[in-house]
Write a protein that binds this ligand. Structure first.
Ligand code: GDP
Ligand code: IMO
Ligand code: MG
Length: 440
């Protein structure tokens, strides 16, 4: 079976954990979007690995691929490879990077930081150069792909690109004059030529490889970065990232047939957000601080504290609609243990009520369902037992909340994660899912 894994909120839902888990049955694990703005954490036994670009399936020894819509920072990619080895894992499968993949260049990072520092148009980016690299990609002329990097005339092309950007680079204080521009270009070309040697053996066509794999009945997991509400089109613009984070983006950007895939939405038990941008169910009280602390909600890439909120079914239903989720993997429900919580089922603004997720969130406040949920804390040992015994062994109030979530979003739950650890996850079998679906 081929699966696309998508974050259902604003990122950091636990995609890394879920992809690592289901990668056990896969031949290929593929990243389709974003860049090293992502941080995916995988916990196996007492080892904790954070990957920014390499797909999480690498820890299961699977073949991994990086698709053409990813923005690749070569240095960060090589660090990911090192992280895997340093933590005692082997890169046992192939690594394939599409030659169409765009490179993050040093000036993208400088421009991103400088735009964020200027204040007025700040959106709270990760400062990894994603926005400026995406702008260049859309320009079609000022971009650098891996293919460009591997050509003999790469230094010439880079210099031409930098000359086209001269005014912007000068205005941002990155270069002063023509002389400095030439030196800047040479220094980058020499650094990136070293990366060229390292990346060359990995490059090829991801579209051909995946389509051949599908034809031969092999299994593919597509790993999304960020979350649906950070999508450049359907997200909470302008507080979004610069790529398609939704399932449709996976198909168009990888060049694969959507009918060959099921779509799994990773729904954290509660939403979190990093950076700017409103968030209707945000908790600014003691409960929020408690969830942040117990859920260890600090960015895997920037270390920034993540803002946390109450479960938001309006947002999840929207996310399910724009992605076409076949099922949810619910993560971090253990963090809500010992806390009273409710779920938002509508938004209200000046007396108007809507169950639709608005484009602009200003002024909208959440309307919560009457039901309040509470279940007792459980130990790791109890979580292991529940994972072994299956869905029915979960606490009744937790299952009651899941019923509300499924009824509201019309998306069944296929997995419940109870811990950062790979094996502490409840997986529902297809029979159980069908039975529940028929009972709805
Ligand atoms: P991603 O970007 O979607 O891969 O998510 P991150 O790795 O950035 O953030 C998710 C965090 O939650 C990581 O630290 C995971 O180890 C952790 N995590 C994942 N699933 C669970 C879970 O079910 N329970 C708890 N307590 N932590 C989890
Ligand atoms: P993973 O894959 C959470 C957010 C940033 C910022 C906005 C734009 O780990 O879920 P960018 O650097 O992309 O231009 O920043 O997007 N953002 C993420 N938030 N998780 C991520 O990735 C994110 N990647 C980008 O915080 O608000
Ligand atoms: Mg993350």
């Amino acid at each position: 079976m081929n699966t696309v894994v998508i974050g259902a909120y604003w990122g950091d839902e636990g995609k890394g954990k879920i992809v690592d888990l289901i990668a056990a049955d896969a031949d290929w694990v593929v990243r389709f979007n974003g860049g090293d703005n992502a941080g995916h954490t995988i916990v196996i036994g007492d080892k904790r690995v954070i990957l920014h670009t390499l797909p999480s399936g690498v820890l299961q020894g699977k073949n991994v691929a990086i698709g053409p819509d990813v923005f690749l920072n070569p240095e960060s990619f090589l660090k990911d490879c090192q992280e895997v080895v340093n933590k005692g894992f082997k890169i046992a499968g192939k690594i394939l990077i599409d030659e169409r993949t765009h490179l993050i260049m040093p000036y993208h990072i400088s421009l991103d930081s400088s735009q964020e520092a200027s204040g007025e148009l700040k959106i709270g980016t990760t400062k990894r150069g994603i926005g400026p690299a995406a702008k260049d990609k859309a320009s079609r002329t000022e971009d650098i792909t891996i293919h460009d990097l591997l050509q003999k005339d790469f230094p010439k092309r880079l210099y031409a690109v930098l000359r086209a950007k001269k005014a912007e680079l000068a205005e941002r204080g990155i270069i002063k004059d023509e002389d400095e521009l030439a030196k800047y270009s040479e220094a980058i070309a020499s650094r990136y030529n070293k990366y060229a040697g390292k990346l060359r053996p990995f490059t090829g066509s991801v579209a051909y490889e995946l389509n051949e794999s599908i034809r031969h009945g092999k299994s593919i997991i597509v790993e999304g970065a960020q979350g649906a509400l950070l999508d450049i089109v359907h997200g909470t613009r302008p507080y979004v990232t610069s790529s398609n984070t939704t399932a449709g983006g996976a198909f168009s950007n990888l060049g694969v047939n959507p009918r060959e895939f099921t779509i799994l939405g990773v729904a954290k038990a509660y939403p979190t957000r990093v950076g700017e941008g409103l968030f209707p169910t945000e908790l600014k009280d003691e409960l929020g601080r408690q969830i942040q602390k117990e859920g260890q909600e600090f960015g895997a890439t920037t270390g920034r504290p993540r803002r946390v909120g109450m479960p938001d079914l309006v947002a999840l239903k929207y996310s399910a609609m724009i992605n076409g989720f076949d099922a949810f993997a619910v993560t971090k429900i253990d963090v809500l243990a010992g806390k009273k919580f409710k779920a938002a089922i509508a938004y209200e603004k000046e007396g108007a009520i809507t169950a639709r997720f608005p484009f602009k969130l200003d002024g909208w406040s959440p309307v919560y369902s009457d039901k309040e949920y509470y279940f007792e804390r459980f130990t790791e040992q109890q979580a292991i037992e529940m994972a072994g015994q299956g869905y029915d062994s979960l606490p009744d109030p937790m299952k009651e909340y899941f019923r509300e979530l499924v009824q509201f979003t019309q998306v069944p739950i296929s997995m419940v994660s109870l811990s950062p650890k790979r094996e502490i996850t409840v997986r529902k079998n297809a029979l159980q899912r069908t039975r529940e679906h028929l009972q709805k």
